[in-house]
Structures are given as C-alpha cells and as structure tokens.
Design a protein around this ligand. Structure first.
Ligand SMILES: NC(=O)c1ccc[n+]([C@@H]2O[C@H](COP(=O)([O-])OP(=O)(O)OC[C@H]3O[C@@H](n4cnc5c(N)ncnc54)[C@H](OP(=O)(O)O)[C@@H]3O)[C@@H](O)[C@H]2O)c1
Length: 214
C-alpha cells in the first residue's frame, strides 16, 4: 500500500513526536486532539506545510494510517466508521491512576490493544511506540544497519499491517521486533522488563521472553 498521510488522534507527548517524525520523512499529517483544531495552531506551524489540524473524525478520514495516542480511558471516543479497513497504530498504555480501574486489564484477561481492536472491529490494530519515552522518539533513531540500533516492539493480528508499520518504524530510525498477535502484547505492557529502557533487538527479544503476567 502507498502511505501518503498519517492521521493522529491525540497530539500530546507521543502524538506530536510521531507527527514530527512523519513530516521529517515527507508524509502529510493531520493532527487532532479533544479540544479542537484551533488549539493545535502552534504545533501545525512548527510542523510546516505538510501538516494541518482537524477533528479526530477528520484525522481518521484523512489518514492512510491512523495513530491512536490518547489516554486509554478515552478510546471509546475514537471514531469507528472512518477507520474501517485501515491500519490503526495503538500507542496506549494502562495507568489506573489516570484511566480508572479497568477490570479486564487488572485481571489480565485482555490487553490494552485488544480493547482498542474490540472498539474498532473492522480496523487492523497494530501496537507500537508504547514502550519508548516520547522525548526519545525524535533523538534516538539511527539509520538501518547501525550496530546496536534501538529496537521497538510491534504486535498485531494482521501480517500485512504489521509489515507496513515495521517499514514506518524502520524509516523513523528503529529496528523492529514482532511480539506476535495482539493477545501477546501484554509482554510489552507497563511493568514488563522491555517497557522503558533502551534495547537492541536481541535485548528486546530476551526481555519479551522473560515477561511475566502478574
Ligand atoms: N508520554 C510517553 O512517553 C508515552 C510513551 C509511550 C506511550 N504513551 C501512551 O500513549 C498515549 C498518549 O500519551 P501522551 O503522553 O502523548 O499523552 P498526553 O501528552 O496526555 O496527550 C494526550 C493527547 O490525547 C488527546 N486526547 C485526549 N482525549 C481525547 C479524545 N477523547 N479524543 C481525541 N483526542 C484526545 C489530548 O488532547 P487534549 O489535550 O485536547 O485533551 C492530547 O492531545 C497514552 O495512552 C500513554 O500512556 C505515552
């Protein structure tokens, strides 16, 4: 598939950083948040001519790939119809102090990404960018083939969607390690060894294998 436009639902720490990486690579971006496009003027000015702000509905409609990067408790607000058939990148993590308690996550019956997939049944959800600090995203990338390049994990149920997201992550400057389907994405959720520190692909594979459910 040809990716020209990346839609961002959420333009905070992670959303703004992914928008910066996207315009750097020549993509068009449509950024959105909960307060409305007029509150994103400064970010759009900084991002330049390849960026515009819209509502989350507009970002969902415009994106060939759409990133959902908002507090987990708000994923119910993500527009469903315009994302049907699309690749949706899920960066979200579960923090009960921010999101409130979600029983199916507290008892580890499911994963954060499966909750988004359930909300977007016709979309191809790929977990990515959830275990790297936002600030690092624009500074840590290195060209493919660099020894000890930092690696990021992905998970998803659709192999083609994962291939597209893996290419994007490589363009952004990182190696990719495939965790498997969304049901395995708990291996890179909060409080696992892979979550947070810088890892090469080999180190990340080791930590994914060592992860334990509570
Ligand atoms: N910060 C990190 O280093 C980091 C790293 C990896 C993953 N994450 C995860 O990624 C997600 C985003 O984190 P963040 O740090 O970027 O959060 P953040 O800085 O608080 O930004 C959240 C963004 O989501 C928007 N938003 C909130 N509710 C929305 C809704 N209902 N519809 C549309 N947009 C909405 C906010 O818009 P308004 O400001 O207008 O409300 C804001 O632009 C979280 O799940 C977080 O746990 C964060």
């Amino acid at each position: 598939m040809t990716v020209k436009t990346i839609g961002l639902i959420g333009a905070g720490h992670i959303g703004s950083q992914l928008a910066r990486l996207s315009v750097r690579q020549g993509y068009d971006v449509v950024v959105s948040n909960s307060r409305g496009p007029e509150t994103l003027k400064d970010l759009v000015r900084e991002l330049g001519p390849h960026a515009r702000a819209g509502t989350s509905q507009e970002a969902a409609e415009a994106g060939d790939i759409v990133v959902v990067t908002i507090p987990l408790k708000n994923i119910v607000d993500v527009p469903v119809a315009p994302l049907a058939g699309k690749i949706v990148i899920d960066t979200n993590n579960y923090y009960p102090q921010r999101d409130g308690h979600i029983a199916q996550l507290d008892n580890e019956e499911t994963t954060t990404s499966e909750l988004l997939q359930r909300h977007l049944p016709a979309s191809k959800v790929v977990k990515a960018f959830n275990h790297i600090y936002a600030a690092t995203l624009t500074t840590a990338g290195q060209p493919a083939g660099t020894p000890n390049r930092q690696a990021l994990a992905i998970a998803g149920n659709d192999a083609d969607a994962k291939r597209v997201v893996a290419q994007l992550i490589d363009q952004f400057g990182f190696d990719v390690v495939d965790v498997g389907p969304l049901s395995e994405s708990w291996r890179i959720q909060r409080d696992t060894p892979g979550y947070g520190p810088r890892h090469t692909a080999e180190e990340l594979r080791r930590d994914l294998a060592a992860a334990q459910r509570f």
